[in-house]
Ligand binder design. Structure first.
Ligand code: IPE
Ligand code: IPE
Ligand code: MG
Length: 228
C-alpha cells in the first residue's frame, strides 16, 4: 500500500557549487566556501524552525582529498571557525551534533574541536545536525559490513545498525544543489527509498525559502516502497 509522504523528518544535502559561485564573480574559490558556510548557518537555523529532526550536510568527501592542499586547508580553517562561532548557539538551541565519516584523518586541532563539540551537545534532545566529514558511502558500508561480520550476522538490519547513520530517522529527502545529477558517494545505502531533488541553485545562494520549497515538493510526493 502506498502512503502519502507528508512531513520530512530527515533531509540530507549535497552542498555543491561553491567553486562555480566564486568563479562567476571572479573571486577565489575559498570565498565561495566562505559564503557556503554562511548558507549552512542560515539553513541549520531554518531546519530547526521547520521542525526537521535531522539535517545531514555533505561537507567533505573521501574523494575531496584529491583537491589542492591550499583548498583543503582553507576548508579545514572554515570548519574550525564554524565550530568556534556556532557551537554555543547549537548548544543553546538543544541541537545535537553528529559526525558521519572518519574525521580522525583530519588535522589534530580540528579533531580536538570536533570532539569537544560532540561532547558539548551529546545530551541535547532537539534536532540533530549531521555533518559528513571525510565521508564516503562505500567506505561506510564496507566498515559496517566488516563490523556486522565480526559479530557473526550479516543481514540488511545488522549492516544498517553499524552504519555511521545508525540511530537517525530514515532518510526522507536528498537534495543536491548546483545542477549536478549524481550522488558522489553520499548515503548510497540510506537513499534506497529516499526522494531525490536536484536543483540548479549554487550552494551559497541556497536559502531557507529553497528548503521550504523542497519540503513542500516532498509533501506532495507519493512514496510506494515497491508496493502499489
Ligand atoms: C562544494 O562546492 C563544496 C565542497 C565539495 C567542499 P565545490 O567546491 O565542489 O564547488 P564546484 O562544484 O567546484 O562549483
Ligand atoms: C560532493 O561534491 C562532495 C561535497 C559536496 C562535500 P563534489 O563537488 O566533490 O563532487 P563531484 O566531484 O562533482 O562528483
Ligand atoms: Mg563540486
Amino acid at each position: 500500500m502506498s502512503e502519502p509522504a507528508s512531513r520530512a523528518r530527515h533531509v540530507a544535502i549535497i552542498m555543491d557549487g561553491n567553486g562555480r559561485w566564486a568563479k562567476k564573480r571572479h573571486l577565489p574559490r575559498a570565498m565561495g566556501h566562505k559564503r557556503g558556510v554562511e548558507a549552512v548557518r542560515r539553513l541549520v537555523k531554518a531546519a530547526r524552525e521547520m521542525g526537521l529532526e535531522a539535517l545531514t550536510l555533505y561537507a567533505f568527501s573521501t574523494e575531496n582529498w584529491r583537491r589542492p592542499e591550499a583548498e583543503i586547508s582553507a576548508l579545514m580553517g572554515l570548519l574550525k571557525a564554524f565550530i568556534l562561532a556556532d557551537l554555543e548557539e547549537f548548544a543553546a538551541n538543544n541541537v545535537r551534533l553528529k559526525i558521519i565519516g572518519d574525521y580522525h584523518a583530519f588535522p589534530d586541532d580540528v579533531v580536538k574541536l570536533i570532539d569537544g563539540a560532540l561532547a558539548r551537545t551529546a545530551a541535547n534532545t532537539g534536532a540533530t545536525l549531521v555533518v559528513a566529514l571525510n565521508y564516503g558511502s562505500q567506505d561506510e558500508i564496507a566498515r559496517a559490513a566488516a563490523k556486522a561480520a565480526a559479530k557473526g550476522v550479516v543481514t540488511i538490519e545488522s549492516i544498517t545498525a553499524e552504519l555511521d547513520t545508525a540511530g537517525l530517522p530514515p532518510l526522507d529527502l536528498l537534495i543536491r544543489t548546483s545542477g549536478e545529477v549524481r550522488l558522489s558517494n553520499f548515503l548510497l545505502w540510506q537513499a534506497a527509498y529516499a526522494e531525490m531533488l536536484f536543483v540548479d541553485t549554487l550552494w551559497p545562494d541556497f536559502t531557507p525559502e529553497h528548503l521550504q520549497a523542497a519540503l513542500d515538493d516532498f509533501a506532495k510526493r507519493e512514496r510506494r516502497y515497491g508496493g502499489r
